[in-house]
Design a protein. Structure first.
Length: 196
């Protein structure tokens, strides 16, 4: 039961101190998950991120549920999920109770403006980490740049999906669901059928 409360408390803190959405919380999750032994490495976390992103629902709830279940079964999933959503719920109740005037003060506005660059930085770290984990399977040696361990097919899939995501059909962007399915199909073709 101790592990369940550890999951709850850590995800409560992650939910409380994360601004900017699910991707901004990944660095915090990585630090806590490795420290607590929920995952072996950042590489493993990025695999969980892919699964959580491909699962319907909010990213924060999905990643908390998956990591909670992996580490403590059903109750781990339940408590981790409650932990990550409870801070937002409490904040919404407080805002509803005290009104919008609290957020319209010059101090709240200044604090939120100060948080924006941090959110951009955290999301940038996540993007770089995802690219690194997907393209360099054996690691990247900046002193000896070589193509060894470079996954060209991950790069091709990424470029194809990025290109397709920019296409607008009759002024409507393509559905993210379509892009997720396209990525999965390309992954199956490249890595299972072709055997790369």
């Amino acid at each position: 039961m101790k592990n369940v409360w550890t999951l709850f408390w850590n995800f409560f803190l992650i939910g409380l101190f994360t601004f900017g959405g699910g991707y901004a919380m990944i660095p915090m999750i990585e630090e806590v998950a490795v420290r607590e032994g929920w995952i072996a490495s950042a590489s493993e976390l990025y695999s969980w991120v892919g699964i959580a992103e491909g699962t319907p629902g909010p990213f924060a709830v999905n990643i908390a549920t998956l990591l909670g279940f992996q580490n403590a079964g059903f109750f781990g999933a339940l408590f981790a999920t409650l932990g990550v959503i409870l801070p937002s719920w409490i904040i919404l109740v407080l805002i509803a109770s005290f009104g919008k005037k609290l957020l319209e003060t010059k101090y709240a506005t200044a604090a939120l403006k100060g948080l924006r660059p941090v959110v951009i930085g955290l999301i940038t770290v996540v993007v770089i980490g995802l690219i690194y984990q997907n393209l360099f399977q054996t690691g990247l040696d900046l002193w000896n740049l070589s193509a060894q361990g470079f996954d060209y097919f991950s790069l091709i899939i990424g470029i194809l999906v990025f290109g397709v995501s920019l296409i607008k059909i009759k002024q409507k962007a393509l559905s993210p669901i379509f892009l997720i399915i396209l990525s999965g199909v390309l992954g199956i073709i490249f890595y299972q059928v072709v055997g790369l």
